[in-house]
Design a protein around this ligand. Sequence first.
Ligand SMILES: *Cc1c(COP(=O)(O)O)cnc(C)c1O
Length: 457
Amino acid sequence: MRYYSTRDKKLDFSFTEIFSRGLAPDGGLFIPSDLKKYSNSQLKSLQNLSYVDLATEIISNFCSPDLEKEKLKTLVSKAYSNFLTKEVVKINKVGDIYLLELYHGPTLAFKDIAMQIIGKLYDELNISVEKKVNILVATSGDTGSAAIAALNDKKNINVFVLHPHEKISKNQRKIMTTIGSTNIFNIAIKGNFDDCQKIVKEMFSDNDFREKINMSGVNSINWARIICQIVYYFYSYFKLSKKTNFAVPTGNFGDVYAGYIAKKMGLPIGKLIVATNQNDILARVINSGDYKPNDVKSTLTPSMDIQISSNFERLLFDISEQNEKRVINLMNDLKNKGSFSLGEKEISIIKDIFDAEAIDDNETIRIIRDFFNNFGFILDPHTATAVGASYKVKNDLPTVVLGTAHPYKFADTVKLAINREVSTPEQVVALPDKKEKFEILDNNLQKVKNYILEKTQ
Ligand SMILES: *Cc1c(COP(=O)(O)O)cnc(C)c1O
């Protein structure tokens, strides 16, 4: 498979190249030049595969010829060996909805599903053999810990994780700042997630700096993240054996975009239901066509406290019929005017595929409470927004709600809603006694660069 950029279809990169680069050199996002489409009979032949075999089948479409299928299978199987469910994910019917539990990995959020594979890809693709790699990650709370857990033991890799200072939950922070060995650097930025992501993106666009520290990235703009997330849409469909909607809590448009790709690959999907919190830029753009970032508000769903939704650029590329000039114009509007507006036709294409609802903190609390009272099931607040959004969308299809985090990660919010402690999952029983390690830095590109240079000398 070859890849180009949302801003330049003439670029031509291999999977290994786009994996280690993360972001295209022109500031665009990488896109595969072609997509495998499964016919109904081909889908049937996949329907009884184990999660590992299905993941191998789906992912291999995107990384050949760089990685042979047999090797990939071994890699996938190792990557998921530390998950505490037999089949990596679990589907529960609760009331009218199907809850897809994606949080049984080492750091209790769906980010582990892609990141555990990514950790192994660094080895398998020999990316850090000749030269030490410095991986930069901006996190709204869960990507950071997943990256650290996946890369903690790597000899020739450093990981720098930027999280917004005092804007993530205590347990999110602790899981992230206590698993570090000497190659892990946690940085708390005095700002919000968008500030963290901006700093990381600016470092990627700075070719001298990027080359100097041999920089790599594992944020949700990395295509490797997307391809691992496509798998559980297929898996859910096969478990239910019928066309369904999917409701997805979203910030950076990564997880739900994976569902969009699954649909393009031939999977019968009804609506993709986007759930946001008060940071509702995605709900606004999907419903009105206006993409206008506001200031980021801190909410009870910190992993979705995002106003610059990077992966949306990939959808823009598609709905403009892969017209890179249109994407560049929209991105220039965003940069110069602070917003862009889509045309009627573009909006109607989006509305055919997506629905979107914003769920505020009060509703989130109410949903967690009602869900517990009615079904005895404890939702994490992010998952609760998707449950709430799924209730608002009316069509005849069943809905799979993506459960993105274990409620333990947001125990304080859950306590607020149902006045109960969440029992501690096995993965983190030792957490309370571990020592935290992180550096607090100003929201300043140069200061972060200096810190990284100092640590990589
Ligand atoms: C990252 C995250 C999200 C949002 O995922 P996107 O890829 O940004 O759409 C939702 N919920 C939780 C718990 C997360 O960690």
